[in-house]
Each structure stands twice: as C-alpha cells, then as structure tokens.
Design a protein around this ligand. Structure first.
Ligand code: NAP
Length: 303
C-alpha cells in the first residue's frame, strides 16, 4: 500500500485563500481588518525568521500587521507595559510574543499578561481551560494542534469513534491535541490514549491507533511495525539530522529535516501520512491567521 500524502503546503494555500476572501468581505461590510502584533525580543535568528514569516503571511491575507522588535535587555516591567498597551489597542486583535524569551524575563508572567481575548497563540491559562471545557467555550486553540485537527478533517479521515494515540504530552502539542480529539464535535469524538516516556509497551498502544499523532522530537521513534495498516499518521516531529547543499544555491548548506516516524517504510503501511517537511509545519502559522480573524469576528459579534 502507498499512503495518501496529507500535504500541509497545499492545505495552507486553501485556508489562506479562504481567510483572504473573508477579510475582504469583513472590510467591505464593517470597514475593519484583523490586526496582529508580533513582539520580538532580541535577535535570535530562528525567532527572527519565524516572526518575519508570520508578518509576511499576515500581510498576504490583508491584516493590519505590526512587528514590534525590542532589545534583548528590555526590562520585564517594560515588556509587560508594552503588552498592556496592545491589550488596550482597538486595532489589534491578536498579540503574539515570540518565544523563547531572555532569561531575565519570566515567560509565565508575560504569557499571562496577554488579554485572553487577544491570545491568538492559545497559551493563556484561560484559553487552556476553555479548550478543556470544549464546545462553544473553546476560543483560541493552540496553533499546531489546531493545524493537526484541520489536516485530519480536510483529509476526510473519520474521527468519530476512532482510536487516537498521541505520542508526547507537551503543553504545546501533545496535551492540547489529545484534549481536542476527545471533545464531542467535528473532527473529534475519538477514544484517546496519550503515551510518553513513562509508558510501558508503547508499541502496543501505537498498533491500535486508527489515527497516530506523533510529537516526541525523536527522529525515527515510531517504527513501521507499530503502524496499523490503513492508519492516518500525523508526524509533528521536526528533527535536524544533518546538512546538505541547498538546491537553489549549492554553495550554501541547509538542514536535513526528519520527522519522528520512519516515513519511507511507514508510507507503505499507513492509509494517509504527513511528510516532513511540508506536513504539519506549514499549518501552524496558517492557524495563527485563523485565530486572529476569529478574534476580530468575535469582537464584531459575527462568529
Ligand atoms: P517536547 O516539549 O520536548 O515534548 C516531547 C514529548 O515527547 C514529551 O512529552 C516526552 O515525554 C515525549 N517523548 C520524548 N521522547 C520519547 C520517547 N522516546 N518515548 C515516548 N515519549 C517520548 O516537544 P514538543 O514541543 O511537543 O515538540 C515535539 C516535536 O514536534 C519536536 O520535534 C518539535 O520540533 C515538533 N514541533 C513541530 C511544530 C510544527 O511543525 N509547527 C510545532 C511544535 C513542535 P515526557 O513528557 O515523558 O518527557
């Protein structure tokens, strides 16, 4: 069997087109567009490139976007005051503080300072609680898990009654996606198991999965014999396993990225599978845009 590829790059394009159309419609009817601010502290190259991509995407879909770059030695108080300024700014619907933060800043304090109704990353405890309650209560789902669920829905995979096994229990991927898949609703209503380093016989759990979601950060952790024939495999892992010359400019080296699943062997067993790169990765920023649009729609009372 050769699995159907669930391509995040293609799904992203569709969703961004949908968002662009909705933004234009809202602008015509209500005279406003969603506003997103990204706050970047310091000059960490990876953070700078993530923020640039977020701002470029926001611009592409027609948002009002601000990139607020601050020096690495910004005092915590000043950062909290900046967040407060954007909390009170009517033109801003989403506030994103790029992580990681410098050591002298308390990350928890900063994330908790963002107005939960502008917390488009979905990391504020209020939104974590809303997600747990589910249904209409859930407001901003964290972006990577939201992207995973969207991919499963758009790939037409049946989730109701499905055995879902999640490998990993981080606060940004494993725990939220497990909670989302057990809710009673679209793209969920599944029976969920979460496995981690304390789990005995991890392979036995994985073998039961109709939908296997892997977010461990260990290249090739999931072996092909752990996959149930026909299962949907979502590989969240992004692991740098070496370098190779760039296709565009062979004088430059680029990272070789691998997922947590042995892709070449797994695609012969699974029914559908996400590649790495080009799978879950492109969905995260896309869902950030969706959350920012949702924030404005909630404010306008049209969500
Ligand atoms: P994390 O915070 O390091 O959590 C990893 C989880 O996997 C932990 O719960 C850990 O278990 C579990 N785990 C690690 N090794 C294991 C093993 N050998 N057996 C069973 N469980 C194991 O990582 P994360 O932030 O969730 O990210 C996971 C992966 O997804 C990384 O490769 C990351 O780069 C990628 N990622 C991609 C995106 C994206 O594409 N947009 C977004 C976020 C993350 P314990 O709790 O027991 O330690």
């Amino acid at each position: 069997m050769t699995a159907t590829l669930i391509k995040g790059t293609e799904i992203r394009e569709k969703i961004l087109e949908e968002i662009t159309a909705e933004v234009a419609e809202i602008k015509a009817k209500h005279g406003v567009v969603p506003g997103l601010v990204t706050i970047l502290i310091g000059e960490n190259p990876a953070s700078m490139s993530y923020v640039t991509l977020k701002i470029q995407t926001a611009h592409r879909v027609g948002f009002h976007e601000i990139q607020d770059s601050q020096p690495v030695d910004i005092p915590e108080e000043a950062l909290l005051a900046l967040i407060d300024k954007y909390n009170r700014d009517d033109s801003i619907n989403g506030i994103l503080v790029q992580l990681p933060l410098p050591d002298h800043i308390d990350e928890k304090k900063v994330l908790n300072a963002v107005d939960p109704d502008k917390d488009v990353d979905g990391f504020h405890p209020v939104n974590v609680g809303r997600l747990m309650i589910g249904g209409d209560e859930a407001k901003f789902l964290p972006c990577t898990p939201a992207g995973i669920q969207e991919m499963i829905i758009r790939a037409g995979v049946e989730t109701k009654g499905a055995e879902v096994v999640v490998v990993g229990r981080s606060n940004i991927v494993g725990k939220p996606i497990a909670n989302m898949m057990l809710q009673k609703g679209k793209g969920a209503n599944s029976t969920v198991t979460v496995v981690h380093t304390g789990t005995k016989n991890m392979d036995e759990h994985c073998k039961r999965a109709d939908i296997l979601i892997v977010a461990a950060g260990v290249p090739g952790l999931v072996k092909p014999e752990w996959i149930k024939p026909g299962a949907c495999v979502i590989d969240v892992g992004v692991n740098r396993v070496g370098e190779k010359p760039s296709k565009k400019d062979p004088s430059k080296m680029v990272a070789i990225l691998k997922g947590d699943v042995d892709f070449d062997a797994a695609k012969e067993i699974a029914g559908s599978i996400t590649p790495v790169p080009g799978g879950v990765g492109p969905m995260t920023i896309t869902m950030l845009m969706k959350n920012t649009l949702k924030s404005l729609k909630c404010k306008l009372g049209i969500e």
